[in-house]
Design a protein around this ligand. Structure first.
Ligand SMILES: NC(=O)c1ccc[n+]([C@@H]2O[C@H](COP(=O)([O-])OP(=O)(O)OC[C@H]3O[C@@H](n4cnc5c(N)ncnc54)[C@H](OP(=O)(O)O)[C@@H]3O)[C@@H](O)[C@H]2O)c1
Length: 299
């Protein structure tokens, strides 16, 4: 029988499709469970009917984790800074394999390690590395996909779908890797079923659906899918940085992270450097063109 998995943050944007993917592969797992705040249990009624267990409790309490082999954290930006506490509680509860809330670019590249947008992911990675030294049987997995295609081609990056204009913060010809959300879910679930190599305690799966594409190419694909032409003009990332700093001074953390995020997509942070691990999985991911056609195509 496969492992028992507990998902944290299962009600979020990534959590919902991830639970659906786990259900598709249910027979491979001994238990699939979501951790729910007592006040929010009803959100999981549908999943529960389909065979997902609901564990009621706090992600900072060791007892929530008892009996689980693997924890997948999908903490959103607001909860990201609490992940070291989750790791502590999970280890105390007996968990020996942790998936931190990553599922994006490779934050260890260049100066992204210093970028505010990734700060709490960095702190979590540091904490996991320290715990791995302390507990020789503790392991963790990073799943790196680059931006989800659905999030990249969105108004967040300055696309106006009515006026057919694009005004992102960034620089021309920056490359990124993109992955369709459904494929991200398949990589996460599939990776849990791949055994760890030998005595390793950390592993990465670098699995972008499309390894390299420029923003210009994505915008062209969008225009082709819709049969229109988009006008693209870059905004200066320093403007976003100034707004980020202003929000920080005002103590508005949500805005601070929002503006930090605006400036990261088109500066190379979304590109997953090789070597890639897609061939360790048995499916072919969607290309950017296929996803954009599926989402925006007129046919
Ligand atoms: N590469 C990409 O393009 C991309 C796109 C989207 C997301 N992601 C990544 O995927 C991961 C999950 O993101 P998401 O969009 O699914 O996040 P989300 O929807 O914002 O939140 C996920 C979960 O975090 C928990 N949460 C949020 N605020 C909280 C708070 N203040 N206190 C306690 N819990 C809180 C909630 O769980 P409960 O309901 O259980 O409280 C929520 O369901 C992140 O690492 C994110 O960076 C990547």
């Amino acid at each position: 029988m496969g492992p028992s998995v507990l998902i944290i943050g299962a009600s979020g944007a990534v959590g919902r499709p991830l639970v659906d993917e786990f259900l598709k592969q249910k027979s491979q797992f001994q238990r699939i469970a979501v951790l729910a705040d007592p006040a929010k249990v009803l959100r999981f009624a549908d999943a529960q009917k389909k065979g997902v267990e609901v564990v009621i409790g706090s992600f900072l309490d060791a007892s929530s984790y008892k009996g689980f082999d693997v924890v997948v954290s999908l903490a959103g930006n607001a909860a990201m800074k609490l992940q070291p506490g989750m790791v502590e509680a999970a280890i105390a509860g007996g968990v020996r394999h942790f998936y931190p809330s990553e599922f994006g670019g490779d934050i260890s590249v260049g100066n992204f390690w210093q970028n505010r947008y990734f700060r709490d992911k960095v702190v979590t990675r540091d904490h996991l590395a320290a715990k791995a030294k302390e507990y020789p049987d503790f392991r963790y997995t990073l799943v790196l996909t680059g931006p989800f295609t659905e999030y990249a081609v969105s108004s967040f990056n300055g696309i106006d779908f009515e006026k057919h204009t694009v005004q992102p913060y960034g620089k021309p010809n920056a490359e990124l890797s993109v992955t369709a959300m459904a494929d991200v879910m398949r990589y996460i679930v599939g990776s849990i079923l791949i055994p760890f190599d030998g005595g390793k305690q950390i592993r990465e799966f670098r699995v972008p659906g499309q390894a390299r594409v420029t923003w210009e190419e994505l915008v062209k694909l969008l225009g082709e899918a819709q049969g229109v032409e988009y006008k693209l003009a870059y905004l200066d990332p320093r403007e976003a940085a100034a707004k980020q700093e202003q929000a920080r001074k005002e103590g508005n953390e949500e805005e601070e992270v929002f503006w930090a995020g605006k400036a990261v997509m088109l500066n190379g942070s979304g590109l997953i450097p090789e070597p890639l691990d897609n061939l360790k999985f048995s499916f072919t991911p969607e290309s950017a063109k296929e996803t954009i056609q599926r989402l925006f195509g007129n046919a």
